[in-house]
Design a protein around this ligand. Sequence first.
Ligand SMILES: Nc1ncnc2c1ncn2[C@@H]1O[C@H](COP(=O)(O)OP(=O)(O)OP(=O)(O)O)[C@@H](O)[C@H]1O
Length: 583
Amino acid sequence: MIRTLLSLGDRSGARPIRTNLISLVIESVLAGIGYACMVPASEHILSGRPQDAWPWIVAVAVLFACYSVVRYRAQLAAYRAAIGLAEQLFRRLGDKVSALPLGWFSDPRRVGELSQLSSRGIVDVMGVPAHLLRPVVASVVTPVTLLVAMFLFDWRLALVALVGLPLVAVVGRWAGRLVARLDRVQKTATTAAAGRVVEFAQAQATLRAAGRTASGHRQLEKALAEQSAAQRSTTVIAAPALLSTNLVIQLLLVALLATGAQLALGGELGTAELVALLVLGVRLVEPLMTAVENGAALRMAGNAMARYQEILATAELPAPHATPAGEGPVEPSVELREVTFGYGGEPVLRNVSLVARPGTMTALVGPSGSGKTTVLRLIARFWDVDEGTVSIGGRDVRQLTTEELMRHIALVFQDVYLFDGTIEENIRMSRPEASEEELREAAELARVTEVVDRLPDGWRTRVGEGGAALSGGERQRISIARALLKDAPIVLLDEATAALDAANDAAVVAAFDSLRADRTLVVVAHRLPTVRSADQIVVLDGGRVVEEGSHEQLFRHGGRYRVFWEERTRSVGWRLTSPTPGE
Ligand SMILES: Nc1ncnc2c1ncn2[C@@H]1O[C@H](COP(=O)(O)OP(=O)(O)OP(=O)(O)O)[C@@H](O)[C@H]1O
């Protein structure tokens, strides 16, 4: 645990933790010697020779005075270590988050975990140096010191303690591991149940529309049943495990008592000596009991530390520290050359090659799961390709810094995230230094102005967390305004699949048209007018490029694209008003 703790902070953070540890060891040794000195002191008092007890009483007083000073210093070092550790963990986590592949965040559980770790988790970890190291160190150092002292007073009682202490350690360790495992199972079940509750709430409209509220309930009930089963088994197994540790500790005390009584009966130990040694025995088991009592907090901190370690150990995307002058992209073109990529398993893109020339629009079309969104993610370097290259303006994206790459690219994805701020703040984030005029112009082109005019607080309207106060179409318009304001030469756009109402649809199309002017667009296109107006259409199927060309060429060719077009035309009831070539 201590090694894990040291690995979480940086070098400057390790010093107060080490100082704290050393102080805790000295403090526990002083306490142990102090208790040991009480044995001859009590023995003298109980045998009616109080005057002989004085030197021991003075020794105890001096030891406890030293103990208080060391403890004060240890406590200061403990708080310093806890605060330093929290600062370093926040910083390391922040650095890590900005260096992790963007794809890492596509799993919503990860984001939930990050939020949990930076709130509750950090408090748990801070608790280790602040409060938990003391009982842990004391549970080892104090009993060992007292054991040595016991050997000096009576080797037979010391022998009983010597046999008992490792037994306590073994049972305590076994119980701790068992309960930690149960805790993990329970936490997983609780997270799954919480996820089901959220999913159930979010899916209400869909479930009701499909008349499946009952089966939706069943899944939730199953998750809740699993959670209570996990909770029950934790209670049923954990309680006896923890009790067994307590029992072994009490048994050690009873064994000391029985041995002492036996020795006293045999006349080998005076009553006063026996009483004094038994007091020492009680002191010996006390820190062990305290360590058991702190077990739950220790396990929670242990779990949080393990999760931190896991995130901090996640591989980052290798990136150069700086792009050498004159080696940035030379033009706003995009090229994928023989790209193969998989999300850890089977490849979802195989040998994909395509070129998007400057100032043109490339539409990616194909069945669901064919890899269209993945192509956009690879251009923005959410992940690195397994084989082949992705380049922007003739430069491999792996040779560009994240800042350089992002300077050239604007992303307009379907799941637009808006910060819980005003509409203005949300647009401005793409270029904070933009003038008021530029901001208003971008908003006007993206048809955000008409949304703003409708809202009671206008530009100062808060959009709610994730943009909850706005409709899907309105959120996408804000995202387009961001891209317009950023004015990056390459735009990657994942067109909304969700059907928008007529007014929103018209506004998004108009906003989209403003975005097209003078930019290189790569679009996952779902709307037929978008597909048709593209300079180049790339048809993907099963992760491969199966056709490529303009609408007219592909339509005339009569292959996969024509089937796609005719199916879509039928499904949306769309009619071509003028004959298309090939018809
Ligand atoms: N983060 C991920 N982890 C693992 N597999 C993924 C991930 N994202 C996508 N996939 C898988 O990769 C394949 C291609 O997905 P992609 O989203 O690129 O397809 P798509 O053509 O954009 O589909 P759609 O039109 O339905 O959005 C699918 O089989 C999908 O299940």
